[in-house]
Design a protein around this ligand. Sequence first.
Ligand code: OGA
Ligand code: MN
Length: 256
Amino acid sequence: RIVYRATLKQLSGLYQKKLTGACSQTHPGFPSSSVCPSPSSLLTPRRPFSLGDPALLEASVTAEIDCGDVGVLPGFVTEDESESLLVEIRRTLRGKRYLYNHWDGAIEGYRETEKPVWGEANPPVIHRLKQVAEDAGGEDVRALDEVHVLDLANDGFIRPHIDSIKFCGDVIAGLSLVSECVMVFQHEDDSTKWIRALLPPLSIYIMRGRVRHNYTHAVPLTGEESGFKGQTVSREQRVSVISRTRPPQHHNHTSH
Ligand code: OGA
Ligand code: MN
């Protein structure tokens, strides 16, 4: 069972505790502002990374400052690489039915798997994806061995949630395949702060720091919620391949 996602309710206790206390340090890699980065992002110095194409982001004025923690890089894989990944993903997911949780889970209309080992032409692409997650995390940050494959059906969608800090570190990097979609980020305590990202097929998105910890992320169905810069973006099946960094003090399964 895959347990990356925690509901806000499950997290609220933890977050109240973690976010109290004044933050007076300056943080390399962050624009100077009164916004305090999330506690875990204080642990590692960050190499600056290219944020990708700013045209693929849209943010409310109050959220603009946090855009340093999210980016979309178009054309991260070629059509051929995408096709090769999809062949292996279809084979791995064959026979799994799409799951519908009837409103009690973070996600509807999906199949998923965790895949530590890839074959054929795919390992170099998976390696590149993990490398992006690690680079965005800073020194000594490692990606989880397994990547997470999520196949959303035409009518599948992801509700706003924050990935559990128990199973996922500071960075989430996801490759989007098949059809484009919009990812919506909203600050968990301040609804005026939102960021929308257009995720074309073959692109990757990166979220880290404040956006990963303090904003929910969601992939809505086609409709009003899925708009980007005033245009409706229609979505069909969408497959993502996600690399997450290890949480601090992550123990792998063989160590206990
Ligand atoms: C998740 C999630 C995003 C994506 O599985 O927790 O948010 O890009 N997925 O599929
Ligand atoms: Mn998530």
